[in-house]
Write a protein that binds this ligand. Sequence first.
Ligand code: MG
Ligand code: ZN
Length: 226
Amino acid sequence: MSAPEPKIAQISNRLMSGDFGASHPAFLIDRDGVINEHRPGRYVNDWPDFSFLPGTLDAFRALASTPDPVIVVTNQSGVGRGVMSASALEDIHERMVGAVTSSGGRIDAVIHCPHPPAISCACRKPEPGMFFSLASRFGVSLAQSVFIGDTVTDLKAGATAGCRTILVRTGEGELTIASLAGLAAFADGTAFQAASHDSLAGFSGIARDLSAAVAHVLLGWGGLRR
Ligand SMILES: [Mg+2]
Ligand SMILES: [Zn+2]
């Protein structure tokens, strides 16, 4: 039996054709709790369960003018557990990309791990397999890329992959902050606070939400290409 692989879908023509260059940074973004509302203890099983967080569509619109691909990187073990069909997940992602596109934004691919934890695959975050797949298949330079997520699992996966990471306070973000010893709380309205953590290489800071994280990369860092 071959090793379990992550699934890549919704690949844009630009990404497929190599338009971004042979080796390029990418904006890598977790899905649940970052793009759409996290549903504690429940999966997003179909499109009516999916609701964009405030500012998400603005964030994708801001990213549309960057020279870098925008790729969603998500664990979806509901498929492997038999809670949701692969085609239902595909439908959700098609509609998500469609909504982003029709509001002026851009998503160049969605990669997901469908496997339950029992399989011990190499792609379920905190394992870095999905990131390595993006590097080998599309030429994503992980060291130049940023991964935006809401859990310690995301921060660990990004660290192992060699990305810079940003934690958002949406989804499980507040729980994540509480679980990371030494992270100082900051005022609710703060858009971005630089932060680091001894156990998390590449961890760059905490953003109010996806929109603030994107704004920080584009304005604070001057984008990903240096
Ligand atoms: Mg998440
Ligand atoms: Zn997997």
